[in-house]
Design a protein around this ligand. Structure first.
Ligand SMILES: C[S@@+](CC[C@H](N)C(=O)[O-])C[C@H]1O[C@@H](n2cnc3c(N)ncnc32)[C@H](O)[C@@H]1O
Length: 291
């Protein structure tokens, strides 16, 4: 037992979660956002919840469940809980084969398609963007094409996440060494300024290309408004969902993607058993989906 846990238990706050409370809170979280905690994740949830019990002064998990459901906090507590239970691991240039294929194959292809009809606007969505590294990686890659392939094009990059804390970090655009560890030197030198040791500030022209907002991918009403994307990235997000919640969210991505667009997932993910409408398109070192 950690000294913090001991101190809380001495205050009469019970941090050990019973099976019944685990199931109740697990189902509540699942119904709100699609994230499913298998029983093997009980201790992960227990430890994350302990911080919320302490902050709210609830003495047990069942008290906390009632408090969450009561709506007295106007959704504030739910957002704090979601900030605790989501995993936000990310970095710049996370999936190099995917980025190379985007740059050399899929981007020129879409630019040619849209160019033919004179519609020079590109829309990209980083769904489950965490603190923005994925969206800003895209922004840097596209900035490099500003005077060639993308001359006179309007570029819109949208980053969304359920977690408010990471969205605030994305808007700030300041990163540590761990986030930039895979960033090629060329990009690091050109688009970041190390203001103080280990604090990398993103260049304003990169920040300007991406907009971030809080969005729950499991919210059907909000998802209906995320229209007409040429590229959708939802990498390392659906791994926390079960098959039913994955299917529901992926159907929205399908509807929100342009007919010639591409949908990208993470390196070790696939839509097998989740969606049979998307077609697989292979590229060296990975694959993507289109309609
Ligand atoms: C591991 S990060 C992935 C970040 C980035 N896409 C990448 O591949 O590096 C997963 C992100 O998905 C977000 N997430 C989980 N469930 C979500 C939901 N229902 N709606 C929106 N975002 C969600 C989490 O908050 C977290 O920031």
């Amino acid at each position: 037992m950690t000294p913090e846990t001991k101190a809380l238990e001495q205050k009469g706050i019970s941090l050990k979660i019973s099976d019944k409370d685990f199931e109740q809170l697990r189902d509540y979280i699942y119904n709100v956002c699609g994230i499913y905690f298998h029983s093997t994740k009980k201790y992960f949830l227990e430890s994350r919840l302990s911080r919320r019990l302490e902050a709210t002064g609830c003495r047990s998990h069942s008290d906390y469940y009632q408090y969450l459901k009561s709506g007295t906090t106007g959704g504030v507590e739910l957002r704090k809980l979601l900030d605790e239970v989501t995993t936000n691991e990310t970095c710049f240039f996370r999936n190099p084969p995917q980025l190379t294929a985007l740059e050399n194959k899929f981007l020129p292809e879409i630019v040619a398609q849209k160019g033919k009809i004179g519609f020079k606007k590109l829309r990209i969505w980083s769904a489950g963007s965490s603190s923005g590294e994925e969206a800003y990686t895209m922004a840097m890659i596209l900035l490099e094409k500003r005077s060639t392939l993308l001359k006179d094009w309007i570029i819109e990059i949208v980053g969304t996440d359920i977690n408010e804390t990471v969205i605030a970090q994305a808007k700030l655009g300041v990163y540590n060494s761990y986030s930039v560890r895979n960033t090629p030197d060329y990009y690091l030198k050109k688009y970041f300024k190390e203001e103080t040791p280990g604090k990398f500030h993103l260049a304003p022209e990169v920040k300007r290309l991406a907009n971030f907002s809080q969005l729950n991918l499991y919210d059907d009403n909000k998802m209906l408004f995320m229209k007409s994307f040429d590229f959708i990235f939802c990498a390392n997000v659906l791994i926390y969902f079960d098959t039913a919640s994955k299917s529901k969210v992926v159907q929205h991505f399908y509807n929100n993607l342009q007919p010639y667009g591409y949908f990208f997932v993470g390196q070790s993910e696939s839509l097998h058993g989740v969606n049979d409408k998307f077609k697989t398109v292979h590229f060296p070192g990975g694959f993507t989906y289109n309609k």
